[in-house]
Design a protein around this ligand. Structure first.
Ligand code: NDP
Ligand code: 8X3
Length: 253
């Protein structure tokens, strides 16, 4: 029988790449995001390339009622989720704490922290009942270190690390694995969102270096979720070769 994986933020970047790789490896997929058109296109592509079985749920992770009612609409078969990938997330704006936009902070905290919690709160009881499951939370290099102008984003990803660690301990009696994947720079729509559609600024982030691709991160996720039952990889920091820390990047001029 195929395993079932639920991926939040499947419409772009790391989530879309993970959807492709998991479909290619025989997973049935619950794909979620706010952009329904993209979900529909993704489902069509995965069906034609890999004959994948997909179920689409279009919801906003920041809205607890939407999260709960969408997930509760799943049939019992689909509720038997083996792998939950909490990937939906974003950075909005770059500024010092005294100048930051409150609306930007709220979007980051609501999506990266509260959204992850809402989804996890609904799915985890189903895993506990079956005494089986694996939760992968997508953190960031920003969950390992802080950098100026990114304080709130870094705070949300530090929260993801802390929440994941606590969940890992809470879920020990249920044989549920919890792991974090913390990437450095990945070339996705991330910078486009962070810089609010400023294409030139978003592109400049990756000037003169080769960033991680979303597929690089997806391969790491696949490795984690295909270890034997007695092995849990708690935490992975994955970086482009050209990046040594949030602020140490080697660029070819
Ligand atoms: P993308 O912008 O390409 O993808 C983000 C995904 O999150 C989209 O599918 C988007 O879907 C979804 N999303 C955002 N807000 C919401 C919401 N309110 N409700 C539901 N879904 C939402 O970026 P990445 O692939 O790079 O980001 C994925 C994760 O990786 C994030 O958690 C990010 O913080 C993390 N990360 C990214 C790094 C990078 O350099 N790119 C590095 C380290 C970590 P939709 O808009 O359709 O809702
Ligand atoms: C994204 C990586 O270094 O821009 O999570 O914060 S970084």
């Amino acid at each position: 029988m195929s395993k079932i994986a639920l991926i939040t933020g499947a419409t772009s970047g790391i989530g879309a790449a993970s959807s492709h790789l998991l479909a290619a490896n025989g997973f049935d997929l619950i794909l979620t995001g706010r952009r329904n058109k993209r979900l529909v296109e993704l489902e069509r592509e995965l069906a034609s390339k890999y004959k994948a079985k997909c179920l689409l749920l279009c919801f906003d992770v920041t809205k607890p009622e939407q999260v709960q009612s969408s997930l509760e609409s799943l049939t019992e078969n689909w509720k038997a989720i083996d792998v939950l990938i909490n990937n939906a997330g974003l950075a909005v704006g770059m500024d010092t704490v005294d100048n930051g936009e409150i609306e930007d902070w709220e979007r980051m905290i609501d999506t990266n922290v509260k959204g992850l919690l809402y989804v996890t709160r609904t799915v985890t009881p189903w895993m506990k009942q079956r005494k089986s499951g694996h939760i992968i939370n997508i953190s960031s290099l920003a969950g390992k270190e802080a950098y100026p102008m990114g304080g709130v984003y870094c705070g949300t990803k530090h929260a993801v690390q802390a929440i994941s660690h606590a969940m890992r301990i809470e879920l020990l009696p249920f044989s549920i694995k919890v792991g974090t994947v913390a990437p450095g720079m990945v070339d996705t729509e991330f910078s486009h969102v962070r810089f609010k559609g400023d294409v030139a600024r978003a592109k400049s982030v990756y000037n003169g270096l080769i960033p991680l691709s979303p597929a690089d991160v997806a391969e790491t996720i696949l490795f984690l979720i295909t270890r034997p039952a007695h092995v849990n990889i708690d935490d992975v920091l994955i970086m482009p070769t050209a990046q040594g820390s949030a602020r140490d990047v080697f660029r070819i001029q």
